[in-house]
Ligand binder design. Structure first.
Ligand code: 7MF
Ligand code: ZN
Length: 879
């Protein structure tokens, strides 16, 4: 059952190459939901045949072995050893053909790794180490080979039989059976293998590549979803065109398949020419999916498509290098989304996500560098650090080298490594060599964990007209690493006058430099910059576009923040200034509340928001971002000891104050945006809906809101507006909320993706009663603990996005959640481990909550037969 039953620690430094080449792999599947028979034939060739016969070591998990043959000789008990998940074949000759036959049981596979059943069809998930649940094989990414796959099955039960590459042949068999064979010409690691077998419907289109290759694009879904594939197809075509335009990369096969499944542990998977997607990231219709869903689909379709070059053509030497493909591919999908929608809005969303999800990881028990040095269970290392911080570090190469330097580096990377399994060092070397530069110090970003803190202080000398800016960087020690070094920080800077004009930035000793925004490179722990000819004490606009993933400390006055909010040309700085001002106001009130004082509304904040909302020129989506208050977890991160209820109450107080103070403005915006126009998918229409719905959420804090929300539900022709209004009613505890929820339920009861939203709305409701609601909802017919989307929607959302519910002082939320982790562990250890991580930051809470959370962690850890996945998370949390 368990991934790594021994719980062994695996170290990056122990990497050794596999001693054999695998020349080819032939697979034959006799498909059945209960039992599938897998025949494999693989040709081994010693890399170094000087020393005669050698052992062949293969990986396997939960396989029922039928037979083993080496060079056509049946192997007996003395010819091989099975030890846990390893099969060792003794003394194999330098050239050896191994034939294996095993039985596997897809319908019994609830872990959703390997071959498993989803509804009526079978499919696979092999990353990172799922192939070993299909057949014996060296299941490591540096063993690459070509695959020929034959699938045989009942024709009516499994009319569609898919695998990687091109279809080469098919035929009928006796007893209403048939077969199809596939050949993938590109050598690939086992984690990119996939098969799909079942009765699926098809939407088809095509894309002609720049060099004239006509690629057939096929999206396979369950028949009832055929009318929800249009956006995914459009996104795929956009992604293919974008990768040609921006990265000069073309698709390399004649077919591209996407399969949507309701049962998937993660977002999607880039299997060569046979991507498998969580249906959440494929299926959309305006009445079933929100604008955020539409954007998510575009991003994930792009992400998986971009892996074809960054991940598949060039893959990872070992799993420690995961960020080589993931950080780079996230960077690429971020850029794709930025080019498709509004760059500034996308950038802000990425930055917010990094701060909310990755910064806490760096500050908790799971802290690790983007390239970890050790792990117990690799599935636990598909983290915000590897992905989001990894992408932020790729973005810094881009900032340092510029678009053309970066693209030169990419070109060299592919020229050197196409068809290879490589390391992060190889990527860095390609960037260095293509740009004739050294990135030796920059490389520390790969090995150092933790979020650097940059403290900025300044001094204006009115007589000398000089402005001195001092940056001090340090990275606090993390749970995995005590010693930290200074890092290379790209530092984009401008200086604004009080009137909001950018000043020319001339450093002391420099000849005339008229640039008003400059990229400086910070390398040392302390660095000082003296600017000359500065006519007044300026407002520093720091780390523009978030040029380095750091925490920035500068003691901005309210007035300085107001200047940035009003005038800065950098959207991130403007947004960040608004966030700072809001966060300061909320945290101040939180403190007053803790001191037993009445909370007070900050008039400057109201004025700043009034200014933002009065900007007629701004992109409505940017306005929406600017007036969204920092979320409770982000605020919690700013406190020494988290005051769960205080943050909630103070944030609500400020929200309400803004709503009342700016009611006319919100109402005017709302009225203007709520223009009765029919739904449109355009970026502008989405931007307008986002601002409209933020305005509605404020108006719900006033008398007028309830009626607006009720009418919005009634007249809505899209899920974005419907959901925003119902969520709002639930949030204010309106008497209309129950009706809205039950109407919604009646309408969508048979639609599993939409019902996820119904669960989320209820699980996220603040307050002490929600734990009981969530417990009841687990009995709802649309809920299943075996379905990861359902688990995330109800259990995950409650534990991770509902602080006042989860952290109820009596421990009821903790106990409920620990029970769920224990219940999930034998069903799906990967998902159980993700859920267990909700306790990771227990040490940041007050004594009472700490004791309660620790006790739950201990209760989980004492469960017999606990999976390696959960054991690793819980053990680290308790350390
Ligand atoms: C966009 O990375 C960003 C991240 C692994 C599974 C998809 O392509 C993937 C797979 C996990 C977590 C996040 C993502 C993926 C996985 C993902 C998807 C889209 N190789 Br685990
Ligand atoms: Zn990926």
């Amino acid at each position: 059952m368990k991934q790594n039953e021994a719980g062994d620690v695996i170290y990056r430094k122990n990497y050794t190459a596999y001693p054999w080449n695998v020349k080819h792999l032939d697979l034959h599947f006799d498909i059945g939901a209960e039992t599938t028979t897998v025949h494999a034939q693989m040709e081994f060739q010693q890399k170094n045949d000087d020393h005669g016969p050698q052992d062949i070591v293969l990986n396997g998990s939960d396989l029922q072995l039928v037979s083993l043959k080496l060079n056509d000789r049946i192997l007996g008990k003395d010819d091989y050893i099975v030890d846990g998940e390893q099969l060792t074949i003794r003394d194999a000759p330098a050239k050896s053909v191994l034939k294996t036959e095993v039985l596997i049981h897809p319908a019994a596979n609830t872990a959703l790794e390997g071959l498993y059943l989803s509804g009526e069809f079978l499919l696979t998930q092999c990353e990172a180490q799922g192939f070993r649940k299909i057949t014996w094989f060296p299941d490591r990414p540096d063993v690459m080979t070509t695959y020929r796959v034959t699938l045989e099955a009942d024709k009516s039960e499994f009319p569609v039989l898919l695998s990687n590459g091109n279809e080469t042949n098919r035929g009928d068999l006796p007893d209403q059976r048939h077969w199809v064979s596939w050949e993938d010409p590109f050598p690939k690691p086992a984690y990119l293998f996939a098969l799909v077998a079942g009765d699926l419907a098809l939407v088809q289109d095509h894309f002609t590549t720049r060099s004239g290759r006509v690629v057939t694009l096929k999206i396979y879904v369950e028949a009832e979803n055929l009318d929800r594939c249009e956006h995914a197809m459009e996104s795929l075509i956009n992604a293919m065109r974008w990768d040609e335009d921006r990265f000069d990369l073309e698709y390399d096969l004649d077919v591209y398949h996407i399969i949507a499944t309701n049962d998937f542990n993660m977002g999607a998977m880039e299997n060569k020419s046979l991507n498998i997607f969580n249906s959440k990231y494929v299926l959309a219709r305006p009445d079933t999916a929100t604008d955020v869903d539409y954007q998510g689909i575009e991003g994930v379709i792009g992400h998986e498509y971009f892996h074809n070059w960054t991940g598949n053509r060039v893959t990872c030497q070992d799993w420690f290098q995961l960020t080589l493909k993931e950080g780079l591919t996230v960077f690429r999908d971020e850029e794709f989304s930025a080019d498709m929608q509004s760059r500034a809005v996308k950038r802000i969303q990425v930055i917010r996500d990094l701060r909310i999800r990755q910064f806490p990881e760096d500050d908790g028990p799971m802290a690790h560098p983007i390239r970890p040095d050790q792990y117990v269970e690799i599935n636990n290392f598909y983290t915000a650090t590897v992905y989001q911080k990894g992408a932020a570090i790729i973005r810094m190469y881009h900032t340092l080298l510029g678009e053309s330097g970066f693209q030169k580096g990419m070109k060299l990377y592919f020229a050197r490594h196409d068809g290879q399994a490589v390391s992060c060092d190889d990527f860095l070397a390609a960037m260095e060599d293509a740009n004739n530069t050294s990135l030796e110090r920059f490389a520390r970003w790969y090995s150092q964990s933790g979020t650097p803190q940059v403290t900025v202080t300044d001094h204006y000398d009115a007589t000398a007209r000089t402005y001195t800016l001092t940056l001090e960087q340090s990275t606090p020690r993390t749970s995995d690493q005590l010693e930290k070094q200074p890092l290379v920080l790209p530092f984009e800077l401008a200086l604004l006058t009080a009137a909001g004009d950018e000043l020319p930035l001339q450093l002391e000793g420099e000849a005339g430099n008229a640039a008003t925004s400059r990229l400086l490179i910070v390398e040392d722990a302390r660095q000082e910059y003296i600017f000359t000819n500065i006519p007044e004490a300026p407002v520093p606009s720091l780390f523009r576009d978030f040029s380095a993933p750091v925490k920035i400390y500068y003691d901005y006055s309210k007035q300085q923040l107001a200047t940035l909010i009003k005038h800065d040309s950098d959207a991130y700085v403007r947004w960040d200034a608004a966030q700072r001002m809001s966060a300061n106001a909320i945290l101040e009130q939180c403190q007053r509340r803790a001191d037993g004082l009445v909370m007070q509304l900050d008039a400057d904040l109201v004025e700043a928001f009034r200014g933002v909302l009065s900007d007629q020129q701004a992109d409505p989506a940017l306005l929406a971002e600017a007036i969204t208050l920092p979320d409770e977890d982000y605020l919690a991160d700013q406190m020494k000891v988290v005051d769960v209820d205080g943050i909630h109450a103070a944030r609500l107080f400020i929200r309400k104050g803004l709503a009342v103070g700016l009611e006319t403005l919100f109402a005017d915006h709302y009225a203007g945006l709520n223009d009765g126009a029919a739904y449109q998918k355009s970026a502008l229409a989405m931007a307008r809906r986002s601002l409209k719905n933020i305005c509605l959420s404020y108006l719900l804090e006033t008398e007028s809101g309830e009626a607006l929300a009720t009418s919005q539900i009634q007249f809505s022709d899209n899920m974005t507006d419907t959901l925003a209004a119902i969520r709002g009613l639930i949030f204010i505890d309106s008497t209309q909320a129950d009706t809205a929820l039950s109407d919604f339920e009646r309408k969508w009861i048979d639609d599993t993706l939409v019902m996820d939203k119904w669960f989320i709305m209820q699980a996220i409701k603040p307050g002490l009663n929600t734990v009981n609601k969530v417990r009841d909802l687990m009995q709802h017919p649309a809920f299943s603990i075996k379905n990861p989307n359902k688990v995330r929607a109800l259990i995950g959302v409650f534990a991770m996005l509902n602080p006042t519910g989860f952290h109820a002082a009596d421990g009821s939320g903790y106990k409920f959640h620990a029970d769920r982790v224990i219940e999930l562990d034998p069903i799906n250890p990967q998902i159980a481990a993700r859920m267990a991580a909700a306790f990771n930051r227990w040490k940041r809470y007050d004594e009472g909550r700490k004791v309660l959370m620790k006790a739950e962690l201990q209760r989980i850890s004492s469960v017999a037969m606990l999976s390696g996945d959960v054991t690793e998370i819980v053990a680290k949390a308790l350390r």
